[in-house]
Design a protein around this ligand. Structure first.
Ligand SMILES: [Zn+2]
Length: 293
């Protein structure tokens, strides 16, 4: 794989038919270009396109390169008050926007987000921007929870190692005064135990969105899902309007991603960036573009 799918850049050259952009414009680059003709594209679900060309997903090369070619409408112009670095984080922010839109988060509701990695943190931030009043980040690393509480969560939960998934769900409900359970569950960890706890933390008729990708097969409390009439939804990347909304949230300062950018390295030091990420250092490391000679 030639890596890179979270990126922003500066337009160097445009095609003759391009009208909305010019050289020098700063843009967030949407990395997946759909075919626009298949059933799913026509239905407005282009993230499910059967012929998607997604950067860094073989056989397509990634955006970690000096120049990259994209259709006009997949280059999203950044507002004056949004930096290129923040522009690169629009990609995972769009994943969170898609998840929260799929959940249909309404004001003054409760959301439990499993996982406090970048996507889990961003889901909490978008849930807050959508008006949720109780946002609980769940993770097995206390350091991540400490960050989550400073970032967007109103509360956090560290699952007890010896407690079972149902006991953890009860504890989340009790500690956060969730009554019958949470209104929305966003599973952004992919951990089997989180899936199990997530279903049990949901109130009747709640919405559960699966964002995390972990084990292919998990033990699933299907009776609970059925009897509580839970609305369980899949969630994959992002679709029409998600990039625009993500950029709008940054422009209007409803969501901040600056805190997530913990390191910036030059292109020639990219190897260091990969090593640091591999060793769990920081949250988001930005690799700067190749210097244009
Ligand atoms: Zn398509």
């Amino acid at each position: 794989m030639v890596l890179g799918h979270e990126s922003a850049g500066i337009i160097v050259e445009i095609g003759t038919a391009v009208t909305s952009l010019k050289a020098g414009d700063r843009v967030a680059m949407e990395p997946g270009v759909p075919c626009r003709y298949c059933r799913y594209c026509i239905e407005g679900k282009y993230n499910l396109c059967l012929n998607m060309k997604f950067a860094a997903t073989p056989p397509y090369n990634g955006t970690l390169t000096k120049y990259y070619v994209l259709p006009e409408d997949f280059c999203h112009k950044l507002p004056e008050n949004v930096s290129l670095e923040e522009g690169a984080v629009v990609e995972p922010l769009s994943v969170a926007v898609h998840a929260c839109r799929k959940a249909g988060i309404k004001p003054s509701t409760s959301v439990v987000v499993f996982g406090a990695g970048p996507v889990g943190l961003l889901c909490a931030a978008v849930a807050k921007a959508f008006g949720a009043s109780k946002i609980i980040n769940v993770d097995i690393q206390q350091s991540r929870l400490d960050f989550a509480l400073k970032y967007a969560a109103t509360n956090t939960f560290l699952p007890s190692k010896d407690g079972n998934a149902i006991e953890n769900a009860k504890a989340i409900i009790e500690q956060n005064d969730l009554g019958d359970g949470a209104d929305y569950i966003i599973e952004a960890s992919g951990a089997p135990s989180s899936v199990f706890t997530g279903i049990h933390v949901a109130r009747p008729n709640a919405t559960y969105v699966q964002v995390g990708c972990g084990n292919d097969v998990v033990e699933f409390p299907i009776i609970q899902m059925g009897c509580m009439e839970l609305n369980v939804k899949g969630c994959f990347r992002y679709g029409p309007g998600d990039y625009n909304l993500a950029i709008g949230l940054l422009r209007d300062q409803k969501v901040s991603v600056k805190e997530l950018i913990t390191q910036m390295v030059s292109f020639k030091d990219a190897q260091k960036a990969f090593n640091d990420v591999k060793n769990g250092k920081g949250i988001k490391t930005i690799i700067k573009g190749v210097e244009v000679q």
